[in-house]
Design a protein around this ligand. Sequence first.
Ligand code: AMP
Ligand code: ZN
Length: 115
Amino acid sequence: MPADCIFCQIVAGRVPATKLYEDDEITAFRDIQPQANSHVLIIPNRHIVSLNDTSDDDIELLGRILRVAVKIAKEEGLADTGYRVSTNTGRDAQQSVDHLHFHVLGGNALLPRLG
Ligand code: AMP
Ligand code: ZN
């Protein structure tokens, strides 16, 4: 794990975060600069840079992350009104933290634009 990875440090508890979910493989915490009324990040505890760096061995992990997204959405009261789950990969998508993360956004009407 790179010592300078902010999300690895959140997993390790060395950088504070408002954690909403945590298990052996996955951590969810509130985004520090929310872009919606509810903005949560879900990450694998293991340092994976982006979707590009996943393999078939990660299929179960990726599925579990999406299931945690549903759990968070329900707990945040977003399930009925709607929410978006997204991950940015690389430069054109403006990925700014090089540790795979899925955004869960909701709690207000989101811009329809995706690209
Ligand atoms: P992205 O632009 O898709 O790479 O998303 C990175 C997200 O991480 C942004 O929404 C940031 O606000 C968020 N972020 C960066 N540092 C922290 C932190 N220490 N705690 C919580 N969220 C963070
Ligand atoms: Zn990391």
